[in-house]
Design a protein around this ligand. Structure first.
Ligand SMILES: *[C@@H]1O[C@H](CO)[C@@H](O)[C@H](O)[C@H]1NC(C)=O
Ligand SMILES: *[C@@H]1O[C@H](CO)[C@@H](O)[C@H](O)[C@H]1NC(C)=O
Ligand SMILES: *[C@@H]1O[C@H](CO)[C@@H](O)[C@H](O)[C@H]1NC(C)=O
Ligand SMILES: *[C@@H]1O[C@H](CO)[C@@H](O)[C@H](O)[C@H]1NC(C)=O
Length: 284
C-alpha cells in the first residue's frame, strides 16, 4: 500500500467519522448539534435546530466563542466547514442573535465585514479562521445548533403555564358545576313556585265557592224573611177578616133593625160588603 494512501486512510478513520449531523458537548457542558454534510439555507438550518429544541448557535462572549472553536478543532481535525450561526441582520443594519434577540455585543467579523445594506443578512462562520461574514441567507451551508438554557427555561415556563392553565380550567369546571347546581336550584324554586301558584289558585277558587255558598245562605235567609213577611201579612189579613166579620155581625144586627124599618139603601150596601168579603177569602 502506498504511503500517501495509507496516511490518507488514517486521517479518514480518525477524522472522517460522524461528520453527518451529530450532537456534541462543549467543556462547559453546552450541547451542540453540528451538521456538516447536509447543506441548507439559513432559515431551513434554524428550523432544523428548532426541531431539536435548539437554535443556531449564539456566540456572544469570548468564553463561548473559545469553547466552540476548541470543540470544532478537536472534532473536525482543523477541517471545520463554513457554517451558519445564529446571527441575523436587522433592517437598521445592526445584527442580533436569533435565540436571544440581543444585538451583537461581541463579534469576530472578518476584515471589511459585515457587508450591510444589501441582502447579505445571515451570519456565516468561516471554517478556517472562525471569522464571521454576512452572507446571502439562501446560500446552502452546514450549520451549528446550540441547546440554549433560555430555550429550556422557556419550555419549563411553558410547562408551568400549562399546569396553571390546567388548574384554571379545573376552577372554571368547578365554577360551571356550581352554575349547574345553581341552575338546578333555580328549577327547584321554579317548581316550588309553580306548586305554590297552583295551590294559591285552588285556595282562591275555594274562597270563591265559600263566597257563593255564603251568597246562597244569604239568599235563603232573605227568602225566609220574605216568607215571614208573607205570613205576617196573612195574619194581618186574617185579623182584618175577623174585624170585617165582626163589622158584618154588627151590620147584620143593624140590618135586622133596618129590615124592621124596611131600608133598601142598607140592603145594597150589605150586598157590596158581602161581595168584598168573598173576594178576600179567595185571596187567602
Ligand atoms: C422539545 O421540547 C418539548 C417541550 O419540552 C418536548 O415535548 C419535546 O419532546 C422536545 N423535543 C425534542 C426533540 O427534544
Ligand atoms: C453580551 O450579552 C449577553 C446577553 O446579555 C451576555 O450573556 C454576554 O456576557 C455579553 N457579552 C459581552 C462580551 O459583554
Ligand atoms: C363536576 O360535576 C361532575 C358531576 O356532576 C363531576 O363528575 C366532576 O368531578 C365535577 N367537576 C369538578 C371540577 O368539580
Ligand atoms: C313565581 O311565579 C310567578 C308567576 O308565575 C312570578 O310572577 C313570580 O315572580 C315567581 N316567583 C319566583 C320567586 O320565581
Amino acid at each position: 500500500m502506498n504511503r500517501v494512501v495509507f496516511y490518507g486512510l488514517v486521517v479518514l478513520l480518525i477524522c472522517g467519522q460522524g461528520y453527518a449531523g451529530k450532537f456534541y458537548t462543549t467543556q462547559d457542558r453546552t450541547k451542540l448539534y453540528i451538521e456538516r454534510d447536509q447543506k441548507l439555507n439559513w432559515y431551513e438550518a434554524q428550523s432544523q435546530c428548532a426541531m431539536r429544541n435548539m437554535s443556531l448557535i449564539t456566540l456572544d462572549s469570548v468564553k463561548k466563542f473559545k469553547q466552540f472553536t476548541r470543540l470544532s478543532d478537536n472534532e473536525f481535525c482543523y477541517n471545520f466547514p463554513d457554517s451558519w450561526i445564529g446571527g441575523h441582520g436587522k433592517r437598521d443594519g445592526t445584527y442580533a442573535w436569533i435565540s436571544t434577540g440581543y444585538n451583537f455585543n461581541f463579534t469576530q467579523w472578518e476584515r471589511y465585514q459585515p457587508i450591510t445594506g444589501g441582502e447579505r443578512k445571515c451570519v456565516l462562520i468561516l471554517g478556517n479562521t472562525y471569522e464571521w461574514v454576512s452572507e446571502f441567507c439562501s446560500e446552502l451551508r452546514g450549520f451549528v445548533c446550540e441547546s440554549l438554557p433560555i430555550l429550556w427555561e422557556t419550555s419549563r415556563a411553558m410547562d408551568k403555564l400549562k399546569s396553571s392553565l390546567e388548574t384554571q380550567k379545573q376552577e372554571v369546571d368547578s365554577f360551571s358545576n356550581l352554575t349547574k347546581v345553581l341552575q338546578m336550584k333555580d328549577k327547584e324554586i321554579e317548581e316550588l313556585n309553580n306548586t305554590y301558584e297552583s295551590n294559591r289558585k285552588k285556595l282562591i277558587e275555594f274562597e270563591c265557592k265559600k263566597e257563593s255558598y255564603k251568597c246562597t245562605e244569604e239568599k235563603i235567609r232573605n227568602t225566609e224573611t220574605e216568607i215571614d213577611g208573607i205570613q205576617n201579612s196573612n195574619k194581618d189579613q186574617r185579623r182584618l177578616l175577623q174585624a170585617m166579620d165582626m163589622e158584618l155581625d154588627k151590620l147584620r144586627k143593624e140590618l135586622e133593625l133596618e129590615k124592621k124599618t124596611g131600608n133598601k139603601e142598607f140592603d145594597e150596601i150589605m150586598a157590596f160588603v158581602k161581595e168584598a168579603l168573598e173576594k178576600q177569602k179567595h185571596l187567602l
